[in-house]
Design a protein around this ligand. Structure first.
Ligand code: NAD
Ligand code: ZN
Length: 341
């Protein structure tokens, strides 16, 4: 794992694009907000999601059609094995661009400039990339590390509030799993809008993720799946944003953990309190019984068991193996601990 994390200023970006072999894949919204950054580099740019893009791909989703479109654009731009690809945008862009880089000519250099909070603290770090196939999330993907991640917090200035909160779902996840101090810093930011705390929050979260992946132990990465088994179902079946889906997923998975006597109900209550304070949702709006069979394709399944993280105390977690049938039964019970208060 040789990714270098660079905290830079937005003005430091343009000089990087002057390198001869650069091709930039950029999110449409980011391109429109920050057009000035790409002036003079138009022939190096592929805009994702643009209707009339300069060398662009229409109707972006993290799907096979867009993947193919980007590859065709690379061929048209005569990208070679020496090309240095940049992915600039949120997690959808960095996941897609990372996957393109991993397979184009069997692998070309890639760097990321995450422009959402979720991208900065999570999606751009760790080398995991993927595209969805139909309703299967991250069905095609690889682990291929970016050379550089450039974190530029100025990008967050134009990010709508709900998208900022989206990133906080993954940060709260990190806090619940590993670091009560990170949680407390988050509360200071979220409750008092203490803007000075945002840089600390980002760097603490990045440090946690880098630590987990640099341990080079895929077992430890399994902790990061907290909220994601259920979250991925919600994301695809209810079209929720990734962060929202993970936030609700953390509550739902903790309910399952209580039901299976894996954690104390006090822990569940605290997780539920934290998530409902910041995320607006009603767990009863989501009927997961229909979605549950998709869990059978989940990468965390080993034989007839599923390995999931549970929060043993706030700021600490453990990995447990649960019989798949028990897990699915819990979902089909449609229980709701929150209504028993
Ligand atoms: N690879 C990983 O380890 C990993 C980890 C977490 C999430 N992910 C993936 O990340 C994806 C979600 O990422 P996301 O939440 O960043 O979504 P996203 O990439 O779709 O971005 C969200 C929206 O924000 C807009 N946007 C981006 N930057 C902006 C800016 N600076 N100002 C204004 N608007 C901006 C985009 O146009 C888009 O509409 C999911 O597909 C998820 O699976 C991957
Ligand atoms: Zn996630």
């Amino acid at each position: 794992m040789n990714t270098k994390i660079n905290y830079i200023n937005i003005n430091d970006l343009r000089p990087l694009f002057r390198e001869d072999n650069v091709i930039i894949v950029v999110d449409n919204s980011v391109y429109n907000y920050y057009k000035y950054m790409f002036v003079g580099f138009e022939d190096k740019v592929i805009v994702i999601g643009a209707k009339e893009a300069i060398g662009g791909c229409k109707d972006f989703v993290k799907d096979f059609a867009t993947f193919e479109c980007v590859c065709n654009e690379l061929i048209r731009k005569k990208a070679t094995i020496n090309t240095h690809l940049y992915g600039i945008g949120g997690g959808n862009i960095t996941d897609l661009v990372g996957f393109v880089a991993a397979v184009y000519l069997r692998g070309i250099k890639v760097s990321f400039v995450p422009t959402t909070l979720l991208g900065m603290v999570d999606a751009s770090i760790g080398g995991k990339n993927a595209i969805n196939i139909g309703f299967i999330k991250n069905a095609l993907g690889s682990v291929y590390y970016p050379s550089n991640v450039y974190i530029i917090t100025q990008f967050l200035e134009n990010l709508p509030k709900d998208l900022l909160l989206n990133g906080f779902a993954e940060i709260l996840k990190t806090g619940l799993l590993f670091d009560i101090n990170l949680l407390n810093v988050c509360f200071k930011y979220l409750d008092n809008n203490d803007i000075n705390k945002l840089n600390d929050i980002i760097s603490l979260s990045v440090t946690h993720k880098m630590k987990i992946i640099s341990e080079d132990n895929f077992n430890n990465r399994a902790f990061l799946n907290f909220g994601h088994t259920i979250g991925h179902l919600l994301e695809l079946d209810y079209n929720l944003s990734h962060g929202n889906a993970v936030a609700i997923g953390m509550v739902y998975e903790s309910q399952i953990a209580v039901l299976l006597n894996l954690i104390d109900i006090c822990i569940f209550n605290e997780i539920h309190r934290i998530i409902t304070k910041y995320f607006n949702y009603n767990i009863e709006d989501y009927d997961l019984v229909k979605s549950a069979e998709k869990i059978l394709l989940d990468k965390k399944i080993i034989g007839d068991k599923i390995k999931v993280p549970v929060i043993s105390e706030i700021g600490r977690a453990k990995l447990v193996e649960i019989k798949l049938n028990d897990y699915l039964n819990c979902i089909s019970m449609k229980f709701n601990l929150t209504s028993k208060k």
